[in-house]
Write a protein that binds this ligand. Sequence first.
Ligand code: GTR
Length: 318
Amino acid sequence: MLAVALFCTAAPVGAFAREFRTADTQNEDYPTVQALNYMDRLIAERTGGRHRIVVFHSRQLGEEKETLEQTRAGAIDLNRTNVALIGTMVPSVNVLAMPFLFRSLEHLQHVLDGPIGSDILNSFEAHGFVGLTFYDSGARSIYNSVRPVRSLDDLKGMRLRVQQSEQMSDMMRALGAEPVAMPYGQVLTGLANRLIDGAENNWPSFVTTGHYKYAGYYTLTRHTVSPDVLVMSQKAWASLSPEDQMIFREAALRSSLYMREKWRELEERSLKQAEQAGVKIVTDIDRKPFEAAMAGLYAKAERDPAVAALIERIRNME
Ligand code: GTR
């Protein structure tokens, strides 16, 4: 009812509305983009149309690595990326992309929705961003065009794309595959040209990008549950009054709940679509050796005492 009331009273866009440019690598219908459009409607309503956010989806402003640099420089106002990317700039965020750290999606959600999540969002400030909210986006698994992967042996020699993140390259190497770091927008061509044998991602990304048409084996490694995150440039944030800052924070939070519902729907739909297209889903794998292969990655991350403490806190959380 609240939502209906909001839409009915939504103020017209005033000629003087300030527009906040927002980057998202995903396409127009993707849940994160829909969530940002929802956030725009909430903000327009609450500010009487003084502020709007305009979403440049589908990489219109560039790939994540570049748009993040521009956001830090204040040239882009808001950015929705994955934590693995921004983790290269904000160390505590990288923890959320650690493989096999979360026991379940519920565990992740408890962490994100509680004091640990708030602490991580607050830690963005020291690194040139304002953290607004997380968008939980399911588990990531490995897919490829060569063979069904059931064990670490099956991964040997495979060239698998990873996000532009040292931690993700380290992870892939530790699993015995050859990591190929490349931007999201190049993965489809990479698969089509056989420059890479596969990649890893969640169901909606695997399907909405068309990767499933080239990589017919999807193994439920569920190695990370790295969520997406919305950040604002410090410059844009500082230009808001304290009241408007509250409005942005609240709208961001509500958009993340909205996203969760859209996500569940799309996750199911994507899985079915892949199955119908003949993708072989490998479920019979023993994840223990995969997990054990991560010891070196943890040792490296835990050299930073703050990161070690955060990992411990997350593990101890119910
Ligand atoms: C998706 C995520 C994107 C991007 C992409 C990737 O799941 O929503 O922001 O990071 O993964 O693998 O590059």
